[in-house]
Design a protein around this ligand. Sequence first.
Ligand code: SF4
Length: 188
Amino acid sequence: MSGVGVSQTPPKFRVATVSLAGCFGCHMSFLDIDERLFELIEHIEFDRSPLTDIKTLGQCDIGLIEGGLCNAENVQVLRDFRAHCKTLVAVGACAINGGLPAQRNHLDLATLLADVYRCRPGMSSGSAIPNDPELPLPLNKVRPVHEVVHVDYFLPGCPPSADTFWRFLCEWMAGRTLHLDHDSLHYD
Ligand code: SF4
């Protein structure tokens, strides 16, 4: 008789990650869970991520977003992630409040671009600001991800520590919410 006495392995959680306007430091910190990755991989499988070569985003249980929004492509990618992930996590200061890239927010974008492309040593005043239609349009201000889509969880830090990633994912897989104490906040 089929199915009697046969223990079924629960399906793995499908996980996607992405880096928007970030530095990949949050991804590096995630990988710092080191050998616990072997235990994690017993319970999850990766979908599209800088850690895989998967080109198309599938339907995922959870998406981890590193980085904020500095251009139109970031917004498009974020909306796509929200549409494909049941649970969305803003990971790190850049995703949560714009982080380091948001330091440009008090400057006028046109002035900033002119300064970078025309006024720097080695650049002539006749240099063109890149405007190829293939390039994503920069936003006037760098924005946190929750200003554009609903975010279910926030993992603070720059980057969040490896232990924070580990504890968060363990609690989430168990159907619980991790409550971070002050000592677990990590800013390098
Ligand atoms: S939060 Fe920090 S480590 Fe993460 S992407 Fe931003 S600058 Fe990099």
